[in-house]
Design a protein around this ligand. Structure first.
Ligand code: PBG
Ligand code: ZN
Length: 319
């Protein structure tokens, strides 16, 4: 009790605060999303995400080298293809944009190379799978996901990350990888992915807005947390190596609950809308730059092992 007990003793200097800190942000725990645009010849700024660019295939190696020099150790690749159709054929082209990007990443860097696995960037209608009428046909879609996974594995990806929220997608991909000799490729499952308004800037960046309707029949309802635990359990049983909660900041309770229940590495994705809100508030001077550390730090404190964030390079540079 006061005056004997004085918590301020441990806050007396920066050195003391650093020593007793309970959680930290380390560069090797940060994953940088990377947009690769098959149509671009030079880096193209993304208007909805100030400071983030789409990179051309030709300039990718240079950019990845700059990430490495900043201390970033892992990337998550997204592709913007030169052609789209009803059934997302360009997603499983062995010379597609992501497949090429994976090869470049593995040849030119030592970055851990993850690739987002979905169809919304590759379908003319912008949905995450094969349509049957107006609905996404689950079982036809996961067959295509398996084909995409094999092309990523053949290109040399370390980790595939299915993000479409189809039932059984992790198991279907695991079986296909194992049958084809890719038993050492990991699966990062977007297990608890909510139908969030925070993906808006990303859909501009990746040109992946649904042409009609929304994603509520496959992504999760933001009102639910028990359902998230069920989704995670299913993915673990299907063979996921790592699980994800996405978005991060509005879902820290979900992350916390997952941390208490599950022992696998947990990744949380601080999505485009989180980035843009914070970035704009800092750029305008309305908030101080320290909120970036505070926001990403809160995700680690809540229980994430790794965080996917568009601030990864910025943070790695400062650490
Ligand atoms: C593809 C995908 C999306 C994001 C990651 N993978 C968009 C979506 O589901 O509409 C969002 C990432 C972000 O907003 O930063 N399914
Ligand atoms: Zn998708």
């Amino acid at each position: 009790m006061f005056p004997v007990t004085r918590p301020r003793r441990l806050r007396i200097s920066q050195e003391m605060r650093d020593m007793v800190s309970e959680s930290t942000i380390q560069p090797n725990k940060l994953i940088m999303p990377v947009f690769v645009d098959e149509n671009a010849n030079s880096p193209k700024p993304i208007p909805s995400m100030p400071g983030i660019f789409r990179y051309p295939i030709s300039g990718l190696a240079d950019y990845l080298n700059s990430l490495e020099s900043s201390g970033v150790r892992s990337i998550l690749l997204f592709g913007i293809p030169s052609s789209k159709d009803e059934v997302g054929t360009s997603a499983y082209d062995e010379n597609g944009v992501v497949q090429k990007a994976i090869r470049i990443a593995k040849e030119s860097s030592t970055l851990i190379t993850m690739a987002d696995l979905c169809m919304c960037e590759y379908t003319s209608h912008g949905h995450c799978g094969i349509l049957k009428g107006d609905v996404v046909d689950n079982d036809a879609t996961i067959d295509v996901y398996a084909k995409i996974a094999l092309t990523y594995a053949e290109a040399g990806a370390d980790i595939v990350a299915p993000s479409g929220m189809m039932d059984g997608q992790v198991g279907r991909i695991r079986t296909a990888l194992d049958k084809n000799g890719f038993k050492d490729i990991s699966i990062l499952a977007y297990s608890a992915k909510y139908a969030s308004g925070l993906y808006g800037p990303f859909r501009d960046a990746a040109d992946s807005k649904p042409g009609f309707g929304d994603r509520k029949s496959y992504q999760m309802d933001p009102r639910n947390i028990r359902e998230a635990m069920r989704e995670i359990t299913l993915d673990i049983n299907e063979g996921a190596d790592m699980i994800m909660v996405k978005p991060a900041l509005f879902y820290l309770d979900v992350l916390r609950e997952a941390r208490q229940r599950f022992d696998l590495p947990i990744v949380s994705y601080s999505v485009s809308g989180e980035y843009t809100m914070i970035k704009n508030a800092v750029s305008s001077g309305n908030l101080g730059e320290s909120v970036i550390n505070e926001a990403i730090g809160s995700i680690f404190r809540a229980g994430a092992d790794m965080v996917i964030t568009y601030f990864a390079q910025y943070l790695a540079e400062k650490l």
